[in-house]
Design a protein around this ligand. Structure first.
Ligand code: SF4
Length: 299
């Protein structure tokens, strides 16, 4: 057991005792209301979905086929593995009727070797009618909803063109939790105008909510994003963390997150040819090793 914080494998052992699980990304052809004008246009300034969609999934394939292909990808190495169907790309609760969304999640939940589903979305795309369906599925197959919260500061949310507020996050978390659905929050460290103290304040506020996990990552300046254009023009107050600074911040985060909340990860690792800054060239496990070394050092 990790003595410093609840990591993802410990969390998964709590939810799925005795089973080894792996997330399988599914691209079900969702779009984003913050791009198509439903909520906003242009998208969040840092977002380029191509930087976090794995190569083995394609919206041309059905959910079932994507799960099959994903399992083939992992099966050779880990024949005993069970899977979480992970609806990852864009906003996975938007742009389809509630009935067709529920049908699709059910199809994933009923697939062979799938033991749970994970749905990534925005806080303002979770109507109660959909939560009713998720609650039904959750009675048989655990459902985890991952909400992109990013920061608790509304002025930053506006600056990065998220087009939702922290109150939206709190409301969505509480509605999901009241129906017994597990919730994780995505948070970003290093957003424009923010410093280490802002990040810690956001983490503190997140930990007061009924969530089960946090996914932290450093802001990456990625090709093909408005953030890169603004950064190159000097139009935005962003100074990417050095690795040392981010390790120090991660240690401080570990110290304030209570043991009942899992810290699933600390690092975003978009393909290196897409990242302009910071260029640390680290995989998630390599960052974790550095962090664990840092945590073991006497204060
Ligand atoms: S981060 Fe999510 S909400 Fe923002 S533009 Fe990308 S897909 Fe849309």
């Amino acid at each position: 057991m990790n003595p410093y914080f609840k990591d993802f494998s410990e969390y998964m052992q709590e939810v799925f005792p005795g089973i080894k699980v792996q997330k399988l990304s599914i691209d079900a052809g969702f779009t984003c209301p913050n791009r198509d004008g439903s909520i906003g246009t242009g998208g969040c300034i840092y977002c380029n979905n191509a930087s976090f969609t794995p190569g083995y999934c394609s919206p041309k394939d059905s959910v079932e086929t994507q799960i099959f292909k994903g399992k083939e990808f992992f099966r050779r190495k880990y024949p005993e593995m069970k899977y979480l169907a992970y609806f990852q790309s864009y906003t996975n609760t938007f742009g389809k009727s509630v009935a067709s969304l529920a049908k699709m999640y059910r199809e994933a939940a009923d697939s062979e070797d799938v033991v749970g589903i994970v749905i990534g979305t925005r806080p303002d795309c979770l109507p109660n009618e959909l939560i009713d369906h998720l609650s039904d599925i959750n009675e048989e197959t655990p459902v985890i909803v991952e909400i992109g919260a990013e920061t608790s500061f509304d002025d930053t949310l506006q600056l990065i063109n998220r087009n939702h507020t922290w109150t939206d996050v709190e409301d969505a978390v509480r509605r999901l939790n009241s129906r017994g659905i597990r919730v994780g929050l995505h948070l970003i460290a290093g957003l424009p105008g923010e410093n280490e103290e802002s990040v810690l304040e956001t983490v503190n506020k997140a930990c007061k909510l009924p969530i089960e996990s946090i996914k932290m990552h450093q802001l990456q300046i990625v090709k093909g994003t408005p953030l890169l254009s603004k950064f190159e023009r000097g139009d935005i107050d962003v100074t990417p963390f050095t690795l040392e600074e981010y390790l120090d911040l991660s240690v401080r985060i570990v110290k304030i997150v209570p043991r009942h909340i899992c810290i699933e990860r600390f690092l975003a690792s978009s393909p290196s040819d897409m990242v302009v800054a910071p260029k640390w060239g680290l995989k998630n496990y390599q960052f974790s090793n550095l962090l664990m070394n840092r945590l073991r050092q006497p204060i």
